[in-house]
Design a binder for this molecule. Structure first.
Ligand code: VGL
Ligand code: ZN
Length: 207
């Protein structure tokens, strides 16, 4: 059985949002189009309290893009984004959620960031996504969404480490690219770990 994992397609990650991913909106029609082809569709949602310590505004002299040590983990400082119950944290209006079975929220602990849809960055809290997929007989996951170099990458790395046959659909992801090579580095790192890539138009042969 094959699942589609939709990562963080939320207003704050779209053009005009607080942590906008360039062209992030362009993937939405592709995601909507492929959705009906999967046995199961789930979505992750970045869901931060306003006092989240990954926000530059919550660190003394914090600057966006700066890397700090946060309780022993390297942490990039971000603009305030995806604050619980705000429009920025809401899913994109254009995203079809009618086929979505369950939403997995992450980043709720103010002390630790959570890029992966499975675990926080310290691997202490489990969102329940792995157990949900397993209980639905899923052995293969296809990942789409935002952003390639953060939440998509960490979700894919955890998926493959958990033993899922893991694909990233390259024309349905976009990167933040704080550094110009971040997207390429992310694809290299995922490939090294055993994550496979395909285009959305190749799916019929794989599903
Ligand atoms: C993300 C940075 C901070 C993402 C979430 O969804 O990729 N990136 N929070
Ligand atoms: Zn976040």
């Amino acid at each position: 059985m094959k699942a589609l994992i939709i990562v963080d397609i939320q207003n704050d990650f779209l053009p005009g949002g607080a942590l906008a991913v360039e062209f992030g909106d362009q993937i939405i029609p592709t995601v909507n189009k492929i959705m009906p082809q999967f046995d199961l569709v789930v979505a992750t949602q970045d869901w931060h309290p306003a006092n989240h310590q990954s926000f530059a505004s919550n660190q003394p002299h914090g600057e966006v893009g700066q890397v700090i040590d946060l309780y022993g983990l390297k942490q990039v400082l971000w603009p305030d984004h995806c604050i619980q119950d705000t429009l920025g944290a809401s899913f994109a209006d254009e995203l079809n959620l009618s086929l979505n079975r369950k939403i997995f929220r992450k980043g709720t602990d103010p002390r630790v960031d959570s890029y992966s849809g499975f675990f926080d960055n310290g691997k202490k809290q489990d969102t329940g996504l792995a157990a949900f997929l397993q209980s639905n007989g899923i052995s293969t996951v296809f990942i789409v969404g935002l952003a390639t170099d953060y939440c998509v990458k960490y979700t894919a790395l955890d998926a493959v480490a958990l033993g899922f046959n893991t694909w990233v659909i390259v024309d349905a992801v976009k990167a933040v690219n704080l550094q110009p090579n971040d997207q390429q580095d992310a694809f290299n790192q995922m490939a090294q770990a055993g994550v496979k890539v395909c285009n959305s138009d190749e799916l019929p042969g794989k599903l």
